[in-house]
Design a protein around this ligand. Structure first.
Ligand SMILES: *Cc1c(COP(=O)(O)O)cnc(C)c1O
Length: 393
């Protein structure tokens, strides 16, 4: 007989429900792509971070199959125990070459990388300044480090500078920020942040989860976009978004990477990523470098959708990327809009607190290289009808 769950969980869930803040898992009936199967219907997907469509690319799938055939489904242990396999090392070499850094280190996920690296950069007695819209994993990494954490207003350099000025000299300072903000789609002012970092003798940690493969002439990310790669010696990015696999990396100086290997607990005390995901990420990296047409298609699609949503009169964030959030405000209204969109054949989720600050619930729309112009036009019609039905337009 199934055991009854304690009533405290039920009452806490009911409390979330009254605030329109409950979340539900939806199982798709297909792979993610420009369209998906959901509850027996085909709908246009505008929610995936697989920006270049590489998660279903035949070469990427083939690399995963080959690695599995050769090395098995699981790495068997943590990297330092006996889990380092050729796909891991080859991926790290390929990442360092791509990122033009001496070394790179792969983690099981971006979340693990952030909670693993930040405590290796700073500890009790230090001071961390984080952009208010930094990803949750950066905040959790900051908390784990035991350094003091202060949040500065989103992209507000004057606020950050005033906080830096009030920090006693000699105190270690770490500044953390997304490169491309995951829920707003706007960019951190990296050149100015690099300047402030140098001026105050601080360290800068950039999380480029969404920039990797998307931003910059060669897809190297937000640092390339701003031309600051030689001013920011290390940064983090993920393999589960534009690179279509899973995991994350730190690219940087060899001494730093060796220090992480020796001290970073979410690297040391976790089983190595499956050989398949490392091989898939490496294959995706090769395609990214050899075929710029995917990125060109991504940006064409992004401009098409951005122009259409703007023309319809939606209130968008200050996006500079394929993430195009429509600001709504109340969680309840955002949910109603998402439901109407789904009824019209478009899946784009309502993003609510605590993922975004109170009162800034939104529909987070993402576009990929794989969407056709016809699908984008269909989606825009759906946005128009759904927007009218919930009185947003
Ligand atoms: C997705 C994301 C992460 C977490 O990466 P995972 O590999 O999904 O764990 C970290 N930081 C940012 C900014 C992200 O968008």
């Amino acid at each position: 007989m199934a055991r009854e769950s304690p009533s405290m969980f039920r009452s806490r869930l009911q409390q979330l429900d009254t605030q329109s803040l409950t979340r539900h898992l939806h199982t798709l009936g297909s792979a993610t792509g420009p369209t998906i199967q959901l509850a027996g219907r085909t709908v246009i997907l505008l929610a995936s971070n697989d920006y270049l469509g590489l998660a279903t690319h035949p070469d990427v799938i083939y690399a995963a199959i080959q690695a599995t055939t050769q090395y098995g489904t699981g790495a068997g242990a943590a990297r330092l125990v006996c889990g380092t396999l050729p796909p891991h090392t080859e991926l790290e070499q390929a990442l360092a070459t791509f990122k033009q850094t001496p070394s790179a280190l792969v983690y099981g996920s971006g979340y693990l990388a952030n909670i693993g690296v930040i405590p290796s950069l700073i500890t009790r007695g230090g001071q961390i300044f984080a952009d208010r819209l930094s990803h949750a994993s950066l905040i959790d990494g900051a908390r784990l480090s035991r350094a003091d954490l202060r949040v500065y207003r989103h992209r507000d350099l004057n606020h950050l500078e005033s906080l830096l000025k009030r920090t006693p000299p000699g105190r270690p300072v770490l500044i953390v920020t997304d490169g491309l903000f995951s829920m707003d789609g706007d960019l951190a002012p990296l050149p100015e942040l690099a300047t402030l970092t140098q001026r105050f003798g601080a360290t800068l940690y950039v999380d480029d989860a969404h920039g990797t493969g998307v931003m910059g002439q060669s897809g190297r990310g937000t640092l390339e976009h701003f031309g600051v790669e030689d001013r920011i010696p290390f940064h983090m990015g993920t393999l589960g978004k534009a690179l279509g696999s899973s995991g994350a990396y730190i690219a940087g100086p060899t001494d730093m990477i060796q220090y992480l290997v020796n001290t970073s607990r979410p690297f040391m005390f976790t089983t190595a990523p499956p050989p398949a995901s490392a091989a898939a990420a490496r294959a995706a990296l090769t395609i990214l470098q050899q075929d710029p047409s995917r990125r060109a298609r991504l940006w064409r699609n992004r401009d098409h959708l951005f122009a259409g949503l703007t023309r319809l009169g939606f209130h968008l964030t200050d996006s500079a990327s394929p993430i195009l959030p429509i600001l709504i405000g109340h969680a309840e209204k955002a949910l109603a809009f998402a439901e109407q969109l789904l009824a019209q054949g478009v899946y784009a989720p309502a993003i609510r607190p605590p993922t975004v600050p109170d009162g800034s619930s939104r529909i987070r729309v993402t576009i990929t290289a794989e969407h056709s112009p016809e699908q984008i036009d269909l989606a825009l019609s759906a946005f128009e009808r759904a927007g009218q039905s919930v009185h947003l337009l």
